[in-house]
Ligand binder design. Structure first.
Ligand SMILES: Cc1cc2nc3c(=O)[nH]c(=O)nc-3n(C[C@H](O)[C@H](O)[C@H](O)COP(=O)(O)O)c2cc1C
Length: 504
């Protein structure tokens, strides 16, 4: 692995191109639904990252922004490359790396100026429609400008800065609708600004080093600033510049920044949603929600807009899914280690569920251990929108092998026993379509409500030991004994399998 210095979006695209992982789409594509549909079909074919450079209405020298990059995170190979790996490491190695980096802190540095201020637009010059924000899916309530936009906010009391990744929809030239969940980093800040009866300053950052989205889209503890973690990933302080109209800082080489404030006056709210969400379903119905009143847009010359098609679908999962597969497994592992639980061997999240299901492989030390694991995960804020299902397996089951996990669930779980634990009405995801829409009203509940389930697929210790089973509580497997295998290995060629050839 090579040490990876900071990239910006342009050098990231160069890196992906040099490795055959980027395709420029030069044919005309309409931002209205077509761009999202093309992206979905490329995901379905496990294709490259895409740079759209011929977008309807955004062509020619008069266009302020004519390019959109997407799909950068939608493969483990690309994520590995962007993190600085020459070869794609195993799931386990990637998780260990991310665990270490999430805990390495290098504070940012403030610099005088940067390319993000090559163009500064305020007042009447502010026009969100100047950027090719797609209507990604035909049922989206509008053009979603914020799909890979990293949102910077500051705690008005502690001054702690948070960088999170949250959606936003264009309302008009200078307003964006938002969905603020109280259990998220900016949701905590929003609560404090509301109590103080002050609008919350925000800055949406589009396109910079991919560690920005990788870290902002993951639950870094609220006491840690994500800029420090980004610095930890690259081993250098993130160069930041001051925003022009709000008291916040943004990466100096970002492509595009939208600055503004959010008021809690319901008279300022505007309908937001629905949106084709990470669950692969259209999330909800259009609902009046807080809006960002944009005070400035700053951008590089010839900016490249950054966006992503949300929604995990079997065989066609997107960027959030692959990022979450790594980060949500690493963060679960971290929660469990910090809780002091022994025997955590591996943690796996399949991209298709974004971390809604987490599979934990353990060396079992005591019978109550799987429940302790579920309790630690569900008691952590990292389980916001994640870890609805916790599956715990023994050390002979590879958590990344769905066939093996399925087998363990089928033959090591008694659904009428304590192997299944349901934890009701805990905080969850307001976007999960398996929950009644009325039960996930953020304005009433702050966050979604979830029933969660532990599947303890380890061999139970509640059974008595039986001498007939070698003194074990669970019966032996049907695999041949070593001496049986040795005999077969020796005689393999003598059996003469007609019409079939295989080495032992
Ligand atoms: C592509 C992408 C889109 C996301 N969209 C949202 C969103 O619209 N709302 C939200 O609350 N979380 C969203 N998330 C998840 C949050 O970014 C994630 O929960 C993160 O932990 C938020 O940062 P925080 O912990 O500082 O709040 C998204 C994540 C990714 C990777």
């Amino acid at each position: 692995m090579q040490h990876q210095a900071f990239l910006d979006l342009r050098t990231t695209l160069d890196l992906l191109k040099a490795n055959g992982e980027l395709s420029e789409v030069s044919g005309e594509v309409n931002w209205d639904v077509e761009l999202g549909a093309v992206t979905r079909e490329v995901l379905r074919r496990r294709g490259p990252a895409l740079l759209f450079s011929n977008i309807t209405g955004y062509r020619g020298p008069q266009a302020r922004c004519s390019r959109l990059a997407t799909g950068l995170f939608a493969s483990f190979r690309r994520i590995s490359l962007m993190l600085g790996f020459d070869q794609q490491p195993s799931n386990r190695a990637l998780i260990e790396y991310v665990l270490k980096k999430n805990a390495t802190l290098v504070p940012p540095v403030l610099v005088e100026d940067g390319p993000v201020h090559e163009n500064v637009l305020t007042g009447d010059a502010v026009d969100l429609f100047a950027f090719p924000a797609p209507r990604w899916h035909h049922l989206d309530g509008g053009r979603y400008i914020g799909t890979m936009g990293c949102v910077v906010t500051r705690d008005p009391q502690t001054r702690q800065v948070n960088v999170g990744l949250y959606r936003s929809m264009i309302v008009d030239r200078n307003r964006m609708g938002t969905l603020i969940v109280s259990s998220q980093g900016w949701g905590g800040h929003w609560g404090k600004y509301r109590e103080m009866k002050r609008p919350m300053p925000v800055a949406f950052v589009f396109g910079w080093d991919p560690v920005m989205e990788f870290v902002a889209g993951s639950p870094i503890p609220a006491t840690i600033c994500e800029y420090d973690v980004m610095g930890g990933y690259r081993g250098a302080p993130v160069p930041l510049v001051k925003c022009r109209t709000v008291e916040l800082e943004v990466p100096a080489a970002a492509e595009l920044v939208v600055e503004g404030t959010i008021s809690d006056d319901p008279a300022t709210y505007a309908p937001e949603g629905p949106f084709g969400e990470y669950t692969g379903h259209v999330s909800e119905i259009a609902t009046p929600r807080p809006v960002v009143k944009v005070s400035a847009i700053t951008h590089r010359d010839r900016p490249i807009f950054r966006g992503t098609l949300e929604g995990s679908l079997p065989g066609a999962s997107g960027e959030n899914s692959y990022m979450s597969s790594i980060q949500r497994a690493a963060i679960a592992c971290n929660v469990l280690r910090n809780a002091g639980i022994p025997g955590i061997l591996d943690v796996f999240v399949h991209p298709v569920n974004n971390g809604t299901t987490v599979i934990v492989q353990i060396k079992k030390h005591y019978e109550g251990q799987p429940k302790q694991i579920a309790a630690a995960l569900w008691g952590s804020n990292a389980s916001s929108h994640r870890y609805k299902f916790v599956v715990v397996v023994d050390d002979d089951i590879d958590p990344g092998d769905y066939e093996a996990v399925d087998w363990a669930i089928n033959y090591r779980v008694d659904p009428g026993s304590d192997d299944i634990v349901v934890f009701r009405s805990t905080f969850g995801s307001a976007l999960d379509p398996s929950t009644l829409l009325e039960h996930r009203q953020l304005s009433e509940l702050g966050a979604g409500l979830w029933n969660r389930m532990l599947i303890d697929a380890t061999r139970t210790w509640r059974f008595p030991r039986r001498p007939q089973w070698g003194g074990e509580r669970f019966p032996p497997l049907v695999t041949p004994r070593p001496q049986d295998l040795e005999l077969v290995r020796k005689r393999w060629r003598e059996y003469g399998f007609a019409g079939w050839k295989a080495e032992f």
